[in-house]
Write a protein that binds this ligand. Structure first.
Ligand code: NAP
Ligand code: ZN
Length: 370
């Protein structure tokens, strides 16, 4: 930990806020493993809620950030405590907090603050606010330094960025909805009515398997593109109608030009043109995966057929609540492998090998016990 963090001192940029120590897992550098640490959290202010974290999903963005793979765009400040798929129980609510009370089961996703006044905030798209505070590795306007995420026993968040988790959902499986869920729900909804349309989901990982569930729930004909032959049976079980092994040129050729919409969730460098070629006229491929290096789009792949490539980033608070309520109504959660926090570094290695079925969810009781 940095000196300031370890001793609970406030940086010069910090406002006067009293703090308490919380157990967490932090990375000290881009090449160090995550290890136990104590971080400072602010005591809840008037509109804050303090949350005891019960489960936190492991998103590939956590790994990109811990290893500083997005250094050109958002460099990582160390120590880094990742985690933005948070489900927990409210332990304290500030004097002016009206939406939550102690005991409520709640979620926190990728954004914990914004300026509340810009056009994006007014449109309910806080993730695009120029003043957005992300859950980790983002300037912390209360304490100085950067924000610390959900690999921790507790977190303090302004209540307007806290979500209600439907009571019927398994909490370990609900945690990934806060990022993987909304990141796939939002572009599918935005595309329009996908009922009966041919929708592809590229990459069957944390995001991809949620994309399959949502596309199926909205009535699409769902086709998964995977590099992993062993995932074929699971893809069908998760709701896909068909599975294409992307390394098989014959399988790819058979589907060329037939898709209305494709959601690309791949975390690493890949040939996006292979998927653009799968689209029919006016088809769209939306990137949610965030590989370190730029992807090379062939102009001619887009020109013939008036196709488009776009991107999508999580979703706003209002839409995230809508997604959680939808999951409550339809009994949708992530398929999770629940792990104790001491196995987080091993989980990262498995995620890199595409060996995750289909999201790791950390049982935070294991951190308390350490
Ligand atoms: P993940 O669980 O690791 O899944 C990624 C999947 O991509 C893998 O399971 C694998 O699927 C496929 N893949 C991996 N490497 C590949 C390669 N070299 N070539 C082809 N396919 C490959 O990761 P995730 O948590 O779903 O995140 C996916 C990406 O989305 C990450 O870059 C993450 O940072 C980003 N993300 C973006 C947002 C957003 O708001 N836009 C939100 C969250 C995450 P198969 O085994 O099926 O091939
Ligand atoms: Zn994420």
């Amino acid at each position: 930990m940095s000196e300031g963090v370890r001793k609970g001192q406030k940086s010069t940029a910090a406002r006067a806020a009293t703090t308490y120590g919380a157990k967490a897992y932090a990375a000290a550098s881009a090449s160090s493993p995550l290890a136990g640490a104590t971080i400072r959290r602010r005591e809840p202010g008037p509109t804050d809620v303090q949350i005891e974290i019960l489960f936190c999903g492991i998103c590939h963005s956590d790994l990109h950030t811990v290893r500083n793979e997005w250094s050109g765009f958002m460099p990582t400040t160390y120590p880094c405590v990742p985690g933005h798929e948070i489900v927990g129980r409210v332990t304290e609510a500030g004097s002016a907090a009206t939406r939550f009370k102690p005991g409520d089961v709640v979620g926190v996703g990728c954004v914990v603050d914004s300026d509340h006044s810009c056009r994006n905030c007014r449109d309910g798209l806080e993730q695009f606010c120029p003043g957005a505070t992300y859950t980790y590795n983002s300037p912390d306007r209360h304490l100085g330094g950067v924000t610390f995420g959900g690999y921790s026993e507790s977190i303090v968040v302004d209540e307007s960025f806290v979500l209600r988790v439907p009571g019927n959902l398994d909490l370990a499986g609900a945690a990934p909805l806060l990022c993987a869920g909304i990141t796939t729900y939002s572009p599918i909804r935005r595309w329009g009515d996908i009922k009966g349309r041919k929708v592809g989901v590229v990459g069957l990982g944390g995001l991809g398997h949620m994309g399959v569930k949502f596309a199926r729930a909205f009535g699409a004909r769902v086709v998964v593109f995977t590099t992993s032959p062993a995932k074929k049976a699971d893809a069908l079980r998760l709701g896909a109608h068909e599975v294409i092994l992307s390394s098989d040129p014959e399988e790819m050729k058979a589907h060329a030009g037939t898709f209305d919409f494709i959601l690309d969730t791949i975390s690493a460098d890949h040939d996006i043109n292979a998927y653009i070629n799968m689209l029919g006229r006016d088809g769209n491929i939306t990137l949610v995966g965030a590989p370190e290096k730029p992807l090379g789009v062939a102009a001619f792949a887009l020109l013939f057929g008036r196709k488009s490539v776009s991107g999508s980033l999580i979703g706003g608070i209002r839409e995230t609540q809508e997604m959680l309520d939808f999951c409550g109504e339809h009994g949708i959660t992530a398929d999770v492998e629940v792990i104790p926090i001491r196995r987080v570094n091993e989980a990262y290695e498995r995620m890199l090998r595409s060996d995750v079925k289909y999201r790791f969810s950390i049982d935070m009781a294991s951190l308390k016990a350490e």
